[in-house]
Design a protein around this ligand. Structure first.
Ligand SMILES: *Cc1c(COP(=O)(O)O)cnc(C)c1O
Length: 199
């Protein structure tokens, strides 16, 4: 019952991002995820008009192109909101990314409420989603996934208590969506699995 936003980064895992995106949409995907602004711009240039989320913060000089193409953006620092405003962004749907242990990118879960407040206060953005990324979901019995989801749930509770209940809550890559039902929330982000490959 949750939304499926298919990951078509890295040229659709080598299959062609536009071809993969069209197949995903035909198969029921309601959104797409990319790694780079230029990947999203290429989807728009091919006439693909579903929501497209860029999965990490991008160099600030890429933001005008992201705004012009109507891409949704990932945010984890307040400076990024200022850069988005300077790039002409108005009410851009953004997803707040929390680092629950992947140690790659994202805000500290303790900062979630303050960042949500900053997003809501900014004329450049609206809070469309909140998400995290799982480090070891492809090892079904690894206890770390549970730890990450516990941290994520605690942040969601804090957000909810402060009045922030974004429409899209997501954590699962392919492995997360398949083997951790708890990680499905309101949206999943499968990549490798939709190309027919087991994670
Ligand atoms: C690449 C990526 C995915 C998809 O991962 P798969 O293991 O290919 O399903 C999901 N979320 C984020 C943030 C990613 O970078």
């Amino acid at each position: 019952p949750v939304e499926v936003w298919v990951v078509v980064k890295a040229d659709g895992y080598g299959h062609g991002s536009v071809t993969a995106a069209r197949a995903a949409i035909a198969g029921g995907a309601t959104g797409l995820c990319v790694a780079l602004v230029q990947e999203g711009v290429a989807l728009r240039a091919a006439g693909i008009d579903v929501p497209v989320l860029v999965l990490t913060e991008q160099p600030h000089d890429e933001l005008p192109a992201a705004v012009a193409s109507g891409l949704q953006l990932t945010v984890y620092r307040t400076e990024y909101l200022e850069a988005l405003a300077a790039a002409g962004g108005r009410d851009v749907p953004v997803h707040l990314k929390l680092d629950t242990g992947m140690q790659r990118s994202g805000a500290r879960p303790d900062d979630a409420v303050a960042l949500a407040e900053a997003i809501v206060a900014s004329p450049a953005a609206t809070l469309e989603g909140v998400f995290t990324h799982l480090a070891v979901a492809d090892e079904p019995d690894h206890p770390f996934t549970r730890e990450q989801l516990d941290r994520f749930d605690a942040a969601l509770d804090a957000l909810s208590a402060a009045g922030h209940r974004p429409r899209l809550v997501h954590a699962a890559n392919s492995a997360g969506a398949i083997v951790h039902p708890r990680a499905r929330y309101s949206m999943v982000r499968p990549g490798i699995a939709i190309y027919g490959i087991s994670p």
